[in-house]
Design a protein. Structure first.
Length: 339
């Protein structure tokens, strides 16, 4: 059986932010231009109907990738291809609008992403009117009520303001707003991180139900590995603006290959305390001045001279894509992780 075609392809995506001192300071005090390489050439594809997740520590570039894909940040280099359309080649609002309607974003904080001055009905109706999907007022009211019911709220809730709802209910409103434009692709940037654990499970179950019902494709971003495991089909692990491992979720959690992935998985409680491995120590390097070679080498117990001087590229290793010289050379043993 053939695999589903890719809905989104990200090719060599880079996004740099200028962190230089002012021109005056550089002129009179010396110094050079400084750049934060938030994304330093990442590539991945997302198949139709699947959930592809990005995971990593804060500052690794996950949210920057999401904002580039949805058009909030212009890429510094690389290509974003959505359903065969090179999004970067679309220059006018008229040509961009049909693509942007098909991809929507759910943000991290439901308290900040909903305008407190608007009733919920107006918040959800905005994408419908902006994209010209509904013009009749009666039809618009009915459609908003339908969307609220799809996310587990009542149609009458449209008359309320965001502050009248709990955090989980506000995130349901955000999901209803994202669904209003009938998108095919949802970018979910830490959509459960501001919620209690019990509410997180409810939102994740809702999202999986909606995915089955409407055939949605998700890019899911989180630093919470338990959430990633529950929602994902495939996972990309990011470190300092680059992908270091890409694998099916089950394979990644059972047989992590990259030392950084193993470090992340050490944060998950295990049932065999005697089998605990020593966590990898250290902190994420400064993204303005990353180390040469493999950016993870200052924290990696398997690093050698090659790791310190040559940046690894993603290679296939037993069904996993991994950027690690130690894996390529067979210096890193495969360690299945116990449940």
């Amino acid at each position: 059986m053939a695999e589903p075609a890719s809905l989104l392809e990200v090719r060599g995506l880079k996004r740099y932010f200028d962190a230089s001192p002012s021109a005056f300071e550089r002129l009179f005090r010396g110094g050079r231009r400084l750049w934060v390489k938030a994304l330093d050439g990442i590539s991945f594809a997302i198949r139709r109907g699947e959930t592809f997740s990005l995971v990593g520590e804060s500052g690794c570039g996950k949210s920057t990738a999401a904002r580039c894909i949805v058009g909030l940040y212009p890429p510094s280099a690389g290509a974003i291809v959505f359903d065969g359309i090179d999004v970067g080649a679309l220059r006018s609002r008229r040509t961009l609008a049909p693509v942007q309607r098909r991809m929507q974003m759910i943000f991290q904080d439901p308290y900040a992403s909903l305008d407190p001055r608007w009733r919920v009905r107006s918040i959800i109706a905005e994408p419908l009117t902006t994209h010209g999907l509904v013009t009749d007022k009666t039809e618009l009211r009915a459609r908003v009520g339908e969307l609220l019911q799809q996310v587990g709220l009542a149609a009458a809730d449209g008359d309320k303001y965001p502050h009248e709802f709990s955090g989980g209910q506000r995130q349901r409103i955000s999901i209803a707003r994202a669904l209003a434009a009938r998108p095919e692709f949802l970018i979910c940037d830490e959509p459960t991180s501001a919620l209690d654990v019990s509410v997180q499970a409810q939102i994740l179950n809702l999202m999986k139900d909606l995915q089955r019902q409407f055939g949605l494709t998700y890019l899911f971003i989180s630093h919470n590995l338990a959430v990633i495991y529950q929602i994902s089909d495939r996972v990309g692990v990011m470190y300092l603006g680059r992908l270091v491992e890409v694998a099916a979720a089950d394979r990644l959690f059972q047989r992590p290959r990259h030392p950084y992935t193993r470090l992340l998985l050490e944060t998950i409680p295990r049932l065999d305390p005697q089998g605990e491995r020593e966590p990898v120590a250290g902190e994420v390097p400064n993204p303005i001045d990353p180390p040469p070679g493999c950016a993870f080498h200052p924290r990696c117990p398997f690093a050698n001279d090659r790791c310190r001087g040559e940046r690894p590229e993603l290679i296939e290793a037993e069904g996993t894509l991994v950027a690690c010289h130690a894996v390529e050379e067979g210096r890193l043993p495969v360690e299945p992780r116990a449940a």
